[in-house]
Design a protein around this ligand. Structure first.
Ligand SMILES: Cc1ncc(COP(=O)(O)O)c(C=O)c1O
Length: 376
């Protein structure tokens, strides 16, 4: 019996050969950034998500910051869930905006529509509210998200999607990344698809496309390789080598998603029968299945469950997230004195079992059975 690990880098030997052959061509060509592979990866990604434009960057974090700059969020207040990655909140602070956290609902691990309404209508902010930076936690798109978007748009608030977990997630026939006013994907190694490090912005506005390309390239617009800086940009381009890996990974994304979906079904079937709660994706057309979020029954701790699963050679990976951002030392002072009971209850009371595109059916069944044993 071999150990079941939480991460899997999905690249076959023939794909490695293709990568190495084409990487050699890139090295010989001397075209190392903003070349043919970057353009091809961006075009293919936009086609996949269904947006007009896709702009590659060096990380999901860089993409978030660029999106907020496109929306002129500086000196405004931006709503965002407290249950998210450091990067989401940091991007808002980096553009010199204020953060107002939203709590989460345990059925989606995201805020509810009612929580958004409360934050918009029930509070006054010293800096005016400009919009919402939403996160599809674990790749789960809340069934209320389309209503959240309509509600915010009616009030002139932007809705940005942090799609770091949501490659291929789809609700009501629309892909994550095309549900709001701009999105940022991450290709960090643990994500559903990877470029080692990297990110992709998706959007539909032609002017924003031009500015996003400038913001990732030191603020230079168009094919300007000279010294004219129009925007307050940064060096956050993707390299040709990273884009090449992205092209290879994107081609096989539908297969990887299908394998993750199969693993999700095999793991969750026994959980359903045993009455063990988990965040469901059944309302979606397709889910990235980045993380399966399993709620712990009263009296069970993540540490205890982790140790019991380790005995069965099942290794747990990261959660989403065990410490909400309002409790992170680095963000002390943000929303000080406010409490977010949903996140405070459920962040420390869930686990994410291994779920990868490399799992065999037998391994997924082993995970499901072990969870029932440990959590019942
Ligand atoms: C929700 C969320 N947003 C943003 C990021 C940042 O992505 P990156 O690591 O590519 O900067 C992450 C990544 O790890 C994430 O999980």
């Amino acid at each position: 019996m071999s150990a079941i690990k939480p991460f899997y880098f999905d690249l076959t030997d023939p794909e490695i050969e293709t990568f190495l052959d084409q990487a050699r061509e890139i090295l010989k060509s001397g075209s190392l950034i903003l070349g043919a592979h970057t353009r091809a990866f961006e075009a293919a990604f936009a086609r996949y998500v269904g947006t007009q434009y896709a702009v590659s960057v060096n990380s999901g974090s860089s993409g978030l910051e660029i999106l907020l700059r496109l929306k002129h969020a500086e000196n405004t207040t931006v709503l965002t869930p407290t249950n998210t990655n450091f990067a989401t909140v940091a991007s808002i602070l980096r553009v010199n905006a204020e953060v107002q956290y939203l709590d989460m609902d345990k059925t989606t691990f995201a805020p509810s529509l009612a929580m958004v309404k409360d934050a918009v209508e029930g509070k006054a902010y010293p800096k005016p509210l400009s919009g919402l930076l939403w996160v599809h936690i674990g790749g789960v798109i809340s069934p209320e998200f389309p209503q959240v978007v309509d509600y915010c748009r009616q009030r002139g608030l932007f809705v940005l999607e942090d799609t770091a977990h949501a490659h291929g997630s789809q609700l009501g026939g629309v892909q994550a990344g095309n549900l709001g006013d701009g999105a940022s994907f991450s290709f960090f190694p643990t994500k559903v698809m990877t470029t080692f490090e990297g990110g992709m912005i998706t959007l539909n506005d032609p002017e924003e496309d031009v500015i996003a390309r400038s913001l990732r390239n030191q603020g230079k617009r168009g094919m300007n390789f000279g010294g004219l800086h129009t925007d307050f940009g940064n060096s956050t381009r993707m390299t040709e080598i990273h884009a090449l890996l992205g092209e290879i990974q994107l081609q096989k994304l539908p297969q990887m998603l299908a394998r993750r979906q199969r693993a999700y079904e095999l793991i969750t079937a026994p959980l359903k029968s045993a009455g063990i709660e988990f965040v469901s994706t059944e309302h979606m057309d397709q889910a990235s299945q980045y993380k399966l979020i399993v709620l712990l029954p009263e009296g069970k701790t993540p540490e205890g469950v982790k140790a019991a699963l380790a005995e069965a050679e099942i290794i747990l990976g990261g959660t989403v997230y065990e410490i909400p951002c309002h409790q992170q030392p680095v963000f002390a002072g943000v929303c000080e004195g406010q409490s977010f009971p949903g996140a405070e209850t459920w962040c420390p009371r869930h686990i994410c079992p291994p779920l990868t595109s490399g799992m065999t059916e037998e391994e997924a069944q082993r995970v499901g059975a072990a969870l029932v044993k440990v959590l019942s």
